[in-house]
Design a protein around this ligand. Structure first.
Ligand SMILES: [Zn+2]
Length: 448
């Protein structure tokens, strides 16, 4: 049993309960007590002095491409389509070794920024690349994060009117069979699961309507969730109007891709009708503010989505379009972006923290287990240091966390296991992970 005490606590529960001086007690992989003051009892528990710290739910990352950590710094001034065209040929050379190194480093970055659960959207499967999905699942187990890899796919290349070259797409039937195989091998539907698979064809300009439709059927027959990119750029919207004669959201709707078992990455370019459809169907959104900034994609209508009761989570997105790769700072980025669009009342610090925690849990269909500090939920807890030079003197700890610089972690628990302690990983060696990433990135660059 672990008792964290003498800290501020922001539970992010339905009532927004907070304690200026409180405790969180954990037994096994579950939270057994949250409240004000000290935790009386459990004299044999490991006690963590959280003086000067804030306890929050661990952050949930709803969109990523971990392999891209090995291809950072490319196409620095491009929009999405130009960026993709420069990177596809590089990505065609990845293999299980690349993905293991990139995923280890990427997940370590996430852990060090307060993330306890991450998705990954992997959609590049080179023929001779080995078992890349298994490689990233191994990496997540080593780093110690809860992991929702989304088995992606692309089957629409340039020769059929898509954007990617032939070298990175799969045959439609092979992609569907491999997706089914990924569910059979790795998906754990049980409570407290550390690995769950989602079905995730890549985007409207790289996937055929048939693959989208049959992937949705597969996911629903297997009881797993659906994820894809949608409405990221004006160019994607123009593509959809030209090829399908409708907006991206109408295209998704026609393929059975709206519903409370679906979450969409980006959702930047939406008209009021599209926002209403997402709200009415309970379709979730992975908001990726830094990536949208890096690619100049636009300002997502987060306030309007929240007002329409759309589940909205935060996503780092792949490190090739968001080199920082940390989730904690996205709390501030989301707040800034919403306010650039809608003024200073468009998003509060507490709403931003809710996006990064319970909002993400809702996108992943796990709001009953993750995303808030409540008795019975999984012991995924971030304990942030707010007494250093970056935050000292800010009276409101949630404002300090969101408005302030990236806060160091006193402790990060995933299912009650310490993954970060006093700002350092306790699972994998950070210097070794960086060295392996350098080697993987250099190998890809030199093979050009
Ligand atoms: Zn993405």
């Amino acid at each position: 049993m672990i008792v964290i005490e003498h800290c501020a606590v922001s539970t992010v529960d339905g009532a927004g309960t907070e304690h200026a001086d409180g405790h969180v007690a954990v037994e096994g992989d579950r939270i057994v007590a949250v409240g004000p003051g000290r935790y009386e009892g459990a004299p044999d528990a490991t006690r963590v002095d959280g003086t000067g710290c804030l306890a929050t739910p661990g952050l949930v990352n709803t969109h990523h491409h971990l392999y891209q950590s090995a291809t950072r710094g490319y196409a620095q001034q491009e929009i999405l389509f130009g960026w993709l065209k420069e990177l596809y040929p590089v990505w065609a050379r990845i293999d299980a070794g690349t993905v293991h190194a990139a995923a280890t480093a990427g997940l370590a970055q996430l852990a060090l920024s307060g993330c306890t659960t991450s998705t990954d959207h992997h959609y590049v499967f080179p023929r001779d690349g080995g078992d890349v999905l298994a490689a990233e699942i191994e990496a997540a187990a080593a780093v110690g994060l809860r992991f929702h890899p989304c088995r992606g796919s692309m089957d629409l290349s340039v020769k059929d009117g898509g954007l990617p070259p032939d070298s990175v797409v799969e045959d439609t039937d092979a992609a569907l069979a491999a997706t089914k195989d990924a569910i059979d091998r790795f998906h754990d539907p049980s409570p407290g699961a550390m690995v769950r698979i989602a079905v995730a064809p890549c985007s409207p300009f790289s996937v055929t309507p048939r693959l989208m439709r049959e992937a949705a059927d597969l996911a629903r027959s297997e009881g797993v969730r659906l994820h894809t990119h949608l409405a990221e750029t004006v160019e994607e919207e123009a593509y959809c109007r030209e090829v399908h004669g409708c907006t991206p959201v109408d295209h998704a709707e026609s393929l059975g891709w709206l519903g409370d078992d679906v979450w969409l990455a980006h959702a930047v370019h939406l008209d009021p009708g599209a926002i209403a459809k997402l709200g009415a169907t309970g379709t979730g959104v992975a908001h990726c503010p830094s990536s949208n900034g890096r690619l100049g994609a636009g300002l997502a209508p987060v306030r309007d989505l929240l007002d329409a009761r759309v589940p909205v989570g935060l996503g780092v997105d792949g490190a090739a379009s968001q080199e920082a790769g940390q989730l904690g700072p996205e709390l501030r980025q989301a707040l800034y972006l919403a306010r650039l669009r809608g003024g200073p009342a468009a998003l509060t610090a507490r709403e931003s923290l809710a996006l990064g925690t319970i909002g993400g849990a809702r996108c992943l269909g796990r709001a009953d287990e993750l995303g808030s500090l409540e008795v019975g939920k999984l012991a995924d807890v971030a304990l942030w240091r707010l007494d250093g030079i970056g935050h000292a003197g800010i009276d409101d700890p949630v404002a300090a966390l969101v408005f302030g610089p990236p806060a160091p972690l006193r402790l990060l628990l995933v299912g009650g296991r310490a993954v970060v302690q006093d700002g350092a990983l306790s699972t994998v060696d950070e210097a070794m992970a960086a060295a392996a990433l350098t080697r993987a990135a250099r190998k890809l660059r030199e093979a050009r």
